[in-house]
Design a binder for this molecule. Structure first.
Ligand code: TMP
Length: 236
């Protein structure tokens, strides 16, 4: 597999072309941002952890019947994935109140919901990723009704698989963000990453935050938290 020209650079990853028009290589960086890029920093070793953990999660999800973009890990920071056009929606599932949900509705963090919630935001940095409902996404032709239904079903399935998995690691899956892509033949697959950057993960016993909130909120112990999650993920 030949790594060719860079196609794109995002806040946490670069994407490169390959000699196969249907495949690209993602290269994970240690760069970290928060609040739509206002806060910037680096988390040493994050790129390696997010690459390896995402691939672990994607393989687990594939085994459970969720199609993903994952093809093959090339190195500790690089992975071959299917080339997709990203549906410009951030799909957020929540099991417990936290973050922008707690802020928006004026409630404490840590309220356990009877049922998971789903929400979308429009993936658009210039607009600050505004919250959006399914009708708005369809009106703006970001996705069809059928694609939205498929994305919702896949997102809830991902939640069931991940909740159970993290439970075995003594970790509570509070919430997470997914992105979906469309392959050349129109199939919707899970894309982007699943990592401590994109999930809230709390130690089940102590409640300690083992995710990017340590960076967002200047809690310290950021690298240690990523390493702790990596260690637990690698154990199962
Ligand atoms: P929120 O509570 O800030 O809306 O975040 C919900 C989840 O989505 C949380 O697990 C962090 C993740 N997330 C991202 O992956 N990218 C983002 O840009 C934001 C705002 C949140």
């Amino acid at each position: 597999m030949e790594k060719k020209e860079q196609l794109y650079e995002g806040k946490a990853k670069k994407v490169f072309a390959t000699d196969d028009a249907n495949l690209v290589i993602v290269d994970y960086k240690d760069d970290a941002t928060a609040f739509n890029g206002e806060k910037k920093g680096t988390i040493a070793g994050k790129g390696v952890i997010n690459n390896v953990m995402s691939n672990h999660m994607f393989q687990l999800l594939e085994q459970q019947g969720v199609p993903t973009h994952f093809v093959e890990q090339l190195s500790d920071r690089e992975t071959v994935v299917k080339k997709v056009s990203i549906v410009p929606l951030e799909v957020i599932i929540r099991n417990i109140s936290a973050g922008s949900f707690a802020k928006r509705y004026g409630v404490n963090e840590g309220i356990v919901f009877d049922e998971p919630t789903i929400e979308f935001s429009y993936k658009n940095d210039d607009l600050g990723d505004p919250l959006m409902n399914a009708y708005h996404a369809i009106a703006l032709k970001l996705a069809t009704r059928e694609e939205i239904e498929r994305i919702k079903a896949m997102a809830f399935k991902v939640n069931e698989v991940m909740k159970q998995y993290f439970d075995t690691l003594n970790v509570t899956l509070v919430d997470f963000k997914l992105e979906f892509g469309k392959t050349a033949d129109g199939t919707i697959v899970l894309a982007d990453e699943i990592s401590p950057d994109t999930c809230r993960l709390w130690d089940k016993t102590t409640g300690e935050k083992l995710d990017k909130d340590r960076f967002r909120r200047d809690l310290g112990g950021v690298e240690e938290a990523y390493q702790e999650i990596m260690k637990r993920v690698m154990s199962k």
